[in-house]
Design a protein around this ligand. Structure first.
Ligand code: GLN
Length: 291
């Protein structure tokens, strides 16, 4: 019988795998998850013996990481805004930079709250529900905020609903293309937010994102097809004085500002994320008095 593999030997073997797209830190986190070890325990105990069944489980995770699959899909979960969200390959993995959109939406949400006792916030392309659930976790219990979120994917809506239920948060998730289900009669749409697909069809970064749903990433030749559609629909449906907030690529700030101006939005500005990159552009629907 061959001697059992030690943890140190298993980790060292992972360094030798080639080609590999695995981040060594992710490999350690996967091992921590399987062994139920803290990272400190993992590093402190290279002599820890692994029985063959455990090695098979570890190898299964490692193979997926070496192939470039994101850790969040291995675990089936990802933390966003301190919420633990379930994710699957049917939804985009929430990114830390998207927390900027949540922060800006919260800042604006306090405005309609003072103007309108029952504000409505609508999110388009919700995926796992991350943005709306983060907003719900902050705004629930503060007046009668209505949160509605759409996604064209049935799988995404099912995942978002499951996340809401598990977290005990109240968001109305609807399967729909952007604002299609809302007619002009909804005059009380106070805030419209979206992290839509915004990557150009031939962007060289796309191969690295091949495990995530293309429909959540790519939007036409210049990456702006979805944003163009949302700007037009938002201009027709947001209440006077309401705000549109859009996440976009680091080099799309100017283009998105232009799209908002073209639709008559005012006070248009672009905000940078923690990395200092242009990430969210926002604009206000003119008040009736300004028209
Ligand atoms: N921020 C994501 C990325 O570049 C893209 C998300 C999106 O298209 N909305 O990986």
């Amino acid at each position: 019988m061959s001697p059992a593999l030690t943890l140190g030997e298993w980790l060292a073997a992972q360094d030798q795998v080639s080609p590999s797209q695995a981040d060594p830190y992710d490999l350690q986190l996967a091992a921590c998850h399987v062994l139920e070890f803290s990272r400190a325990q993992l590093i402190a105990h290279p002599e820890h013996k692994l029985d063959p069944a455990l090695v098979r489980t570890l190898d299964g995770f490692a193979t997926r990481l070496h192939a470039g699959e994101p850790l969040a899909y291995l675990f089936g979960s990802k933390e966003f805004w301190s919420l633990q969200l379930q994710v699957s390959p049917q939804v985009l993995i929430p990114r830390p930079e998207t927390e900027l959109l949540v922060e800006l939406a919260l800042a604006k949400a306090t405005l309609p709250l003072s103007l309108n006792p029952t504000p409505t916030i609508v999110e388009l392309g919700t995926g796992s529900g991350a943005i709306s659930l983060a907003l719900a976790s902050e705004l629930q219990g503060q007046g009668h905020v209505t949160l509605i979120a759409t996604d064209s994917s049935a799988g995404a809506i099912a995942m978002a609903k499951a996340n809401a239920k598990r977290l005990g948060l109240n968001v109305n998730f609807v399967q729909a293309d952007w604002l299609a289900p809302f007619n002009n009669a909804i005059a009380s749409m106070d805030l419209l937010i979206s992290n839509p697909p915004y990557i150009a069809a031939k962007d060289p970064h796309l191969p690295a994102l091949s495990f995530e749903p293309l429909s959540a990433l790519v939007s036409g030749e210049d990456g702006l097809d979805a944003i163009r559609q949302i700007c037009v629909q938002a201009a027709a449906r947001l209440r006077p004085g309401g705000w549109l907030l859009l996440e976009h690529g680091y080099d799309q700030g100017q283009a998105v500002q232009k799209l908002l101006h073209n639709q008559g939005f005012q006070a248009v500005s672009t905000e940078a994320d923690l990395a200092g990159l242009d990430r969210v552009t926002l604009g206000q629907q003119p008040n009736s008095a300004d028209l």
